[in-house]
Design a binder for this molecule. Structure first.
Ligand code: HEM
Length: 550
């Protein structure tokens, strides 16, 4: 018989006896044994991961902060040479000499400190001068560039072995995914007109009455929003967006929806202007470059200080396409400064004037989905948009006090529900240098023990003094960055260590990206309408997206 014909006999041609043999309990068990043998090739799932995977299931269905087995992702994202990795910006010698030892004593100290930072029994943190919307813009930007789904809180690890599952460039892959060809379910393809006029899909709200911005310049009655949500799967309400973390809370989810509308507004404007090129590409580039400009010249200048950003722009060199590993000094410490800016309560709109952080988590979760029309965010209360709002929410000061709601993260239990503790333990497990170590590396005077303790309660001071004061000599980098901001800038801006890590990392990210606005063939200045000609802010972005008017 020719080899080609030696295919398995089709089931319908088997005799009853053969069929019985093929599908008997015995043969099924033999197959299972064979399958189980192949299990040896797969890594064991740690207890931490098993606990976290629970968060992916109903009723929570949340991915944020969840560590899952790497092989759940495509091979090219986690195993090939070209996968993006995490790394360090400080030399090994600095880390070895200054990192906090990873042992039972320090782990216990960090757990106490983390829990204390968000303890509801301590006084609530004070307001900073930064509009509260920048907290969630900061979170959105984080979700554009970093995602660790594999590191482990129980054992020391080298960051260089861990993959960064997001492209480390400000390319808005959290909005566009891998584009209309690979991720068509994110997009609305036109039925008529230029075929490249591809828009982002939007969701629909549950009609619960007025919400969102007010009319008549912001202070008038609200409308009833109908399409102010991200798209969601029918039935489950899972957000259909480029990064599931952008549905982690109501405010970031609403910001994601604003970005979708921004793209759509620009598509409309290009069509109205009779643009004849590739409308999708032109709209995407316009959104991306103006967003990148706002990251550098609005967000970073606010949180790092304008001089620090200008110095980084002038001093950091990185050739386009040069090698890069996302530094954990940034991703696991300095850039987590935003966790301390989260408020306990927000004025969401004229109908929701005292929403707790628990509400902010609840009102984009089942059963309160799709987002209720009366919970649509009035961004005029979160950014200086030029439109009136009864309240302008300010971010909390960048300091060592966190909102208590961050000690009981929804969907998690025990240690995993405590954000500050996770940040501190993750930093220690990855062998981060101490704050003093990075200060020395940068050639700046480290904070003294007295400065680290300045203005703190007797309880927090006692914790820092315990165990021979190791937290004062080898201060965890995240905690150091927060204390530095509090002591040197009254919590309104990062200090010399935190600000430099953050500003330099972003500038490097943009300079090495051949497609960024910094590498435009002709020098780029913002092309979208703005309050100040030649500049472009996050508030301008929201105005262009038309989410600041009903
Ligand atoms: C309500 C607001 C927020 C919540 C609930 C939240 C929650 C979390 C959680 C659970 C993690 C994983 C922690 C771990 O196990 O190591 C995380 C990571 C992180 N967060 Fe936040 N976060 C919030 C806001 C922010 C803000 C405002 C920023 C910065 C401005 C930020 C920056 C980061 C960064 C850089 C990471 C590491 C991401 C990675 O590489 O995987 N977060 N956050």
């Amino acid at each position: 018989m020719p080899a080609r014909d030696k295919v398995k006999t089709p089931v319908q041609h088997l005799s009853a006896q053969k069929l019985f043999e093929r599908f008997s309990l015995e043969s099924r068990n033999r197959s299972i044994e064979k399958i189980l043998k192949t299990q040896k090739d797969l890594p064991k799932v740690s207890r931490e991961k098993l606990e976290l995977i629970r968060a992916l299931k109903p009723p929570f269905k949340r991915f944020h902060g969840t560590k899952v087995p790497l092989p759940w992702f495509p091979f090219w994202l986690w195993r090939t040479q070209c996968s993006d990795k995490f790394g360090y910006l400080t030399p090994k010698a600095v880390r070895t000499a200054t990192k906090l030892p990873f042992n039972a004593t320090t782990r216990s100290l960090l757990q106490q400190l983390g829990h204390f930072m968000a303890d509801p029994a301590r006084a609530a943190g004070n307001d900073s001068t930064i509009p509260a919307g920048y907290t969630y813009f900061g979170q959105f930007v984080d979700h554009d560039i970093t995602l660790d789904i594999a590191s482990n809180l129980d054992a020391e690890q080298e960051a260089t072995a861990i993959n960064n599952m997001r492209s480390p460039s400000l390319d808005l892959d959290n909005v566009y995914g891998s584009g209309p060809a690979l991720h068509p379910y994110l997009y609305l393809f036109p039925n008529s007109g230029p075929p490249t006029a591809i828009k982002m899909l939007l969701g629909t709200n549950q009609n619960m009455g007025g919400g969102g911005p007010g009319s008549a310049g912001g202070s008038g009655p609200m409308g009833t929003p109908t399409n102010s949500d991200v798209p969601r799967m029918p039935g489950t309400n899972t957000a259909v967006i480029g990064d599931p973390r952008n549905d982690e809370n109501l405010i970031i989810s609403q910001f994601q929806h604003a970005m979708l509308k921004l793209h759509n507004q620009i598509v409309d404007a290009l069509l109205a202007a009779g643009f004849t090129g590739d409308v999708f590409l032109q709209a995407k580039r316009t959104v991306t470059w103006n967003y990148q400009w706002a990251v550098v010249h609005d967000f970073l200048k606010r949180v790092c200080g304008a001089t620090r950003v200008d110095t980084a722009l002038a001093s950091v060199t990185a050739a386009p396409n040069s090698a890069f590993a996302m530094p954990v000094e940034f991703a696991v410490a300095a850039y987590r400064f935003g966790h301390s800016m989260v408020r306990d309560f927000y004025w969401i709109n004229q109908a929701q004037i005292q929403a707790s952080l628990a509400d902010v988590f609840a009102f984009n979760r089942n059963p309160l989905l799709p987002v209720f029309s009366n919970w649509v965010v009035d961004f005029n209360a979160f950014f200086d948009t030029g439109f009136a709002a009864a309240v302008h929410n300010k971010a909390k000061k960048i300091d060592s006090t966190l909102a208590p709601g961050l000690d009981t993260l929804p969907g998690f239990t025990g240690l995993m529900a405590m954000l500050a503790t996770r940040n501190l333990l993750r930093g220690a497990a990855l062998g981060l240098p101490s704050g003093q170590g990075v200060a020395g590396h940068f050639g700046v005077a480290p904070l003294t023990a007295a400065q680290l303790k300045q203005g703190l309660s007797a309880e927090e001071t006692a914790l820092l003094d315990s165990a021979g004061g190791v937290l004062l000599t080898k201060t965890p980098l995240w905690y150091y960055v927060l204390r530095e901001a509090a002591v040197l800038h009254n919590g309104d801006q990062l200090g010399p260590v935190g600000g430099r890590i953050v500003a330099e990392t972003f500038v490097r990210i943009l300079k090495r990206d051949p497609d960024s606005f910094l590498n435009a063939a002709t020098p780029f200045t913002p092309s979208l309408p703005s309050a100040t000609p030649g500049n472009f802010t996050v508030a301008d972005l929201l105005n262009v997206a038309r989410v600041t008017v009903p």
